[in-house]
Design a protein around this ligand. Structure first.
Ligand code: LHQ
Length: 267
């Protein structure tokens, strides 16, 4: 039974709500375990065709729980937790980010409040990021003597360019949601009161789309940063071959020709 997050299934969407609001949903080992289990379930259940990630309360996620971290450092490895920053990344954060990027279903993130440290980069690892107007993004690492992790140093320059990535990472300033959207860090900013309705509608829409094709689109976009044009053209050929063999592609074409909405089944 999860206590640090809420997991809800409806209309083909798994909604995962980080639920440590008093601590701005900062990550403890327990929260990591529960999030991994929720993602296991989201992957396993074929009726789930989109994932929506958000946070309870006034924050989205403040990154690593620094109180737990200080405790673990004081207690040492004998206490059972990974002690070096590197092993926490190896054990928890890196698998989480890899898995979100590889998840074969679209992941929407509704950033309901401040997203700091690994919490900011968790949001940026999702496929479509909506943020409440009052939300903000902080690459807080440099404020405490750390480097951006959870994929931040990879994704920031790619999303906003080196000049803005450097400013964000070296200064650790608060970036308001509207500016994050303007810079292309996220998809859209939404009025606070409308955030969850809009994020749910978006996730429900995605859950009715050709899921296999969406997974292949993710794969193509993930690969594009490391590929040459020739490699990417070859990859598109291979992925298109697979997409074109799905029942959803046949349905998409039939619906177009019959001038009716398509009924995609996700295969
Ligand atoms: C927190 C936290 C928090 C515990 C707020 N921990 N309690 C990976 C692997 C290995 C090593 C370490 O790190 C990593 C990855 C990382 O994520 S490193 C970066 C860790 N995160 C931060 O440095 C951000 C720390 N938090 C903040 O700077 C502020 O809380 C922000 C700017 C996010 C929000 O500020 P406020 O709106 O003023 O809220 P607050 O500071 O008053 O926080 C509310 C409560 O949440 C408060 O608890 P309390 O019991 O005093 O009411 C905070 O202590 C707690 N909290 N973040 N990361």
């Amino acid at each position: 039974m999860a206590t640090n997050l809420l997991f809800e299934r409806a209309d083909g969407v798994a909604t995962i709500t980080l639920n440590r609001p008093d601590k701005l949903n900062a990550f403890t080992v327990e929260l990591h375990r529960e999030l991994a289990a929720a993602l296991d379930e989201s992957e396993r259940d074929a009726t789930i065709r989109a994932v929506l990630l958000t946070g309870a309360g006034r924050g989205f996620c403040a990154g690593q729980d620094l109180a737990e971290r200080a405790q673990t450092m004081a207690n040492g490895p004998a206490a059972g937790g990974p002690v070096s920053g590197g092993s926490a990344l190896e054990t928890w954060y890196n698998p989480l980010i890899r898995r979100l990027r590889r998840l074969e279903k679209p992941v929407v993130c509704a950033v309901n409040g401040v997203a700091a440290g690994a919490g900011a980069n968790l949001a940026l690892a999702c496929d479509i990021v909506l943020a409440a107007r009052s939300a903000s993004f902080i690459q807080a690492f440099c404020r405490i003597g750390l480097v951006p992790d959870a994929g931040g140093s990879y994704v920031l320059p790619r999303l906003v360019g080196l000049a803005r990535a450097s400013g964000l990472a070296l200064l650790g300033n608060t970036l308001p949601a509207a500016q994050a959207a303007e810079w292309g860090l996220i998809w859209r900013v939404v009025d606070d009161a409308a955030l969850m309705a809009e994020a749910k509608a978006l996730a429900r829409h995605l859950a009715q789309q050709p899921t296999r094709a969406l997974a292949l689109i993710k794969q193509a976009l993930n690969a594009s940063f490391a590929n040459t044009l020739d490699q990417q053209l070859d990859l598109e050929r291979d992925l298109q071959k697979e997409a074109a063999s799905t029942a959803d592609f046949r349905e998409g074409v039939a619906a177009f020709l019959e001038k009716r909405p398509a009924r995609f089944v996700g295969r």
